[in-house]
Design a protein around this ligand. Structure first.
Ligand code: GLC
Ligand code: GLC
Length: 819
């Protein structure tokens, strides 16, 4: 069952009924000011940091879900009928409900009793504010007299403190209301130099800033007393819960439409010019007032909306494809890059599943996210790489997380996740291939952010590889440390204390537990490093890296192969994990994906065997599961993975992040059919028709889909902020479609399903544009043997870089006879 449809031309998802299985969200803002907005106008806003600069309050895990938002109430003065055009929070029946989630904006509207209200929400580029533009139309043939109320609840800035420290916080709240603008200024009197404001384009009939005055005793946002009686209380908050609500009276002739604008924003004043007059406690407003006035004008809103659409079109223009499959096109052209930008902006901080008060930036997560946005924003990707690398430890190890505001490693979580450093090599290689900028390798970058410790970035990468080689176990495989990519495979934790973190508890470092996954990742990273070394004129080092990769691949062949698939690991006692001899957890997806992705087993048949085992044991109609059989009981020696009920999260769900690895592996092994088939099983658009089962948004990848062992098989969770976005983008565009940046040019190396007859694509690459046409005889598994570039034949599959500004025509006629 569907709850809406894709409007591909408008680049929108149109939700047609408000009672979606979960709040289906969109993101507003892509610079400093951000918001989450759900299809019923729930969500919250923050400046830069979802924990420390939260503007509005939101209540996670509430009943009903999704409490706190950007609310409007309509009251009919004749009869007193009250409703919300976004359905929530009032919940009164509405007709013609529509929520259009677009790129960086959402439009939510509906009708009731002949009155239609449609609200556009967006954050103008370059501003730290959001605009709500409401169109109110009277479809009746009589005049309508309406009272309109807005409502937001302010958060007292630090969202964690706000949700816990009531003994203080119920006494600190302060506001000002001046010229119809509501200013939220809690703690502005002391150390904060920032405040929030909420303005309205209309003359006000009243306002409220004290939540309880607006709602009335023992009432929720669904039936505020002020709205019910049709009159605001003009309340001024002193402590308790400051809110912002405007009351506007509207008289509409039959057929008339009125346009109203609300502006909610964040502003800072210089520390020495906070107050006006100086010495008073009144916010200095001279700086912010012109900004407010500007965006209260509807023509400015139109301009901002157009600029926003142009901005996104510019980003998406970096790659557009036209294939025989609409789900591939829609995700590759629109929603997947959009989601990749969300991971760039927000890492894992703020979604329906990430509460904005939790994790910092993951070292491995951020490096992988980069693979999905480097082609759109290479300069920002470069800065991100340098920021990540500066948190690396002198040993080559990495803090598992760093804090977005301070950019420093997080001591509380520490290091010892032995895969972490290797992802940095992949990120740098991806950046270098995309841009050709090898100069970045010479950038001086500190360790642990300590001034004076700088070495060229190149050496950071060498230390990353060294870190693995310095930590090999009894089989010559990398020691796993606290965990590898799978945070929940904790082979040294032996945690038996309730509530203790599996990832940070005291580790029994016996020097025995090894990871086959890290071995595969090392082979991949060492290969990338060798290619970089070659291009830096360091041929000897390149050879050494290749030798190290070969040595590691050999260790995998000898000790990582189980007979029909790659083993996952060796535990603290030296016993294999993910082996046919285990009673549960016999086969894991990660080493099958990563080892083959790294090229292991492609020439001796083991890759094909491993992939067949994946198809046989792990593949379901809802994607490829992480492990089978899932663990049915807690195992001290395996850690958090066995803490989850079977079929959930790392314990045998379809952990979507890993699926693209297998998809790439299938493509590398020449099996485009299986690659596309696996992709479509997790492609959200392809799952749209089972939205009632999938439950998350049909336009964003989810981290996890319940596996076969769960009663909820097929149900997705943790949409939006997941490494699935970047890896799916890489798998589809670079491996199935085969448009792959390489150091010496753009490779065109598709592995298409037999039924396809080709595709077209436009790719921006190093400031030139490539118009690519791939043709293939249907029913074959053909490969590229030569290209025709601007009419000239080139053997092989590499298009050399063209001068900036050039438009290059690339034709690839696939050859069914090619190996
Ligand atoms: C989450 C984490 C990621 C980890 C994965 C598997 O997505 O953010 O770092 O690799 O889970 O445990
Ligand atoms: C928990 C989650 C796992 C996630 C990790 C991040 O272990 O189960 O998926 O990667 O937290 O710290």
């Amino acid at each position: 069952m569907r709850f809406g449809h894709f409007d591909d031309a408008a680049r929108e998802y149109v939700i047609e009924r408000p009672d979606t299985p979960l709040p289906w969200i969109n993101y507003l803002g892509s610079e400093d000011y951000f918001g989450i907005v759900s299809n019923t106008a729930g969500g919250y806003s923050f400046y830069r940091d979802a924990r420390l600069r939260r503007l509005t309050r939101y209540r996670y895990n509430n009943a009903p879900l999704d409490v706190g938002g950007r609310y409007l109430y309509v009251r009919d003065r004749a009869g007193g009928d009250v409703w919300s055009p976004s359905w929530q929070p009032v919940g009164a029946d509405v007709d013609g409900y529509r929520c259009r989630h677009g790129l960086g904006y959402s439009v939510i509207g509906s009708q009731r009793g002949g009155i239609e209200v449609e609200t556009l929400y967006l954050v103008p580029l370059g501003e730290t504010l959001e605009v709500w533009r409401a169109h109110v139309t009277n479809h009746r043939d009589t005049r309508a007299d309406l009272s309109l109320f807005s409502a937001v609840e302010f958060c007292l800035w630090d969202a964690w403190d706000d949700a816990t420290n009531f003994q203080r916080n119920w006494s600190t709240g302060e506001v000002e209301v001046v010229d119809g603008v509501i200013y939220h200024k809690t703690e502005y009197r002391e150390r904060r130099d920032h405040f929030a404001y909420f303005a309205c384009s209309e003359d006000l009939a009243g306002f409220d800033t004290q939540r309880e005055a607006f709602l009335g005793p023992y009432r929720g946002w669904d039936r505020p007393l002020a709205v019910e009686r049709g009159r605001s209380g003009d309340s001024i908050a002193h402590g308790w819960a400051p809110c912002g609500s405007h009351h506007v009276e509207l008289g509409l002739a039959p057929g008339e439409t009125r346009e109203l604008v609300f502006v909610l924003g964040y502003a800072e004043n210089p520390v020495d010019a906070k107050f006006d007059p100086a010495g008073s406690q009144t916010i200095a407003k001279a700086r912010v007032r012109p900004v407010i006035d500007r965006y209260l004008r509807t023509d400015e809103v139109e301009v901002a909306w157009r600029r926003l659409r142009d901005h996104w079109a510019g980003l998406l223009d970096c790659l557009q494809v036209a294939t025989p499959d609409e789900h591939v096109d829609r995700m590759a052209d629109i929603w997947n890059p959009y989601q990749c930008m969300a991971t760039f902006n927000l890492s894992r901080s703020a979604s329906q599943f990430e509460s904005g008060i939790g994790r910092g930036m993951g070292f491995r997560d951020s490096n992988q996210d980069l693979l999905g946005f480097v082609h759109m924003i290479p300069a920002e990707a470069r800065a991100r790489i340098l920021e990540i690398a500066a948190t690396q430890l002198p040993t080559g190890g990495a803090y598992h997380q760093y804090q977005p505001l301070t950019k420093r490693g997080n001591d509380a979580i520490g290091s010892g996740f032995n895969d972490d450093p290797l992802w940095l090599v992949l990120a740098v290689a991806a950046y270098a291939k995309e841009t050709g900028d090898l100069g970045m390798l010479d950038e001086p970058v500190p360790y642990d952010n300590r001034p004076g410790s700088e070495t060229p970035l190149y050496e950071h990468l060498q230390r990353s590889l060294r870190y693995t080689l310095d930590r090999l176990g009894p089989h010559g495989l990398p020691l796993i440390g606290r965990a590898d990519w799978n945070d929940c495979l904790n082979l040294n934790a032996f945690s038996d204390t309730p509530g203790e973190s599996f990832q940070t508890t005291e580790n029994r470092e016996g020097g025995v537990a090894e990871s086959v996954f890290i071995a595969g990742l090392f082979v991949l990273a060492a290969g990338e490093m060798a290619a970089l070394a070659d291009r830096c004129g360091r041929g000897d080092e390149a050879r050494a890296h290749r030798a190290a990769a070969e040595g590691m691949a050999e260790a995998v062949r000898r000790h990582g192969w189980d007979g029909a698939w790659f083993r996952r690991a060796y535990d603290h006692f030296g016993n294999p994990v993910g082996s046919g001899g285990n009673d549960e957890g016999r086969i894991f997806i990660e080493p099958q994906g990563m080892c083959v992705l790294a090229g292991i087993g492609l020439d001796d048949g083991t890759a094909a065997t491993a992939l067949d085992s994946v198809a046989e044991h792990l593949a379901t109609p809802h994607g490829v599961m992480l492990v089978q059989p899932a663990y049915t009981s807690y195992r001290l020696e395996l850690g958090e993975i066995t803490s989850y009920p079977p079929g959930y999260k790392e314990n045998g769900s379809v952990f979507c992040h890993t699926n693209p690895w297998v998809i790439i592996a299938e493509a590398r092994a020449g099996n485009g059919d299986r690659a596309l088939d696996y992709h479509l099983r997790i492609n959200p658009s392809a799952r749209e028709e089972i939205s009632d089962r999938h439950r998350c948004e049909p336009y964003a990848y989810a981290q996890t889909i319940a596996g076969r062992d769960a009663p909820t098989h097929g149900e997705a969770k943790n949409s939006w902020l997941t490494g699935t976005a970047a890896w799916s983008f890489v798998a589809v565009t670079q491996w199935i479609l085969g448009i792959r940046p390489d150091h010496d040019g753009l490779r065109i190396d598709p592995r298409l399903p037999a039924a396809w007859d080709g595709f077209r694509a436009t790719r921006r690459f190093r400031n030139a544009t490539y118009d690519i046409t791939v043709r293939k005889p249907r029913g074959t598994r053909a490969r590229v043997t030569h290209l025709v570039v601007d009419g000239r034949r080139i053997d092989g599959n590499l298009v050399p870089p063209a001068p900036a500004g050039a438009v290059v025509t690339v034709e690839a006629e696939l050859d069914p006879g090619a190996p």
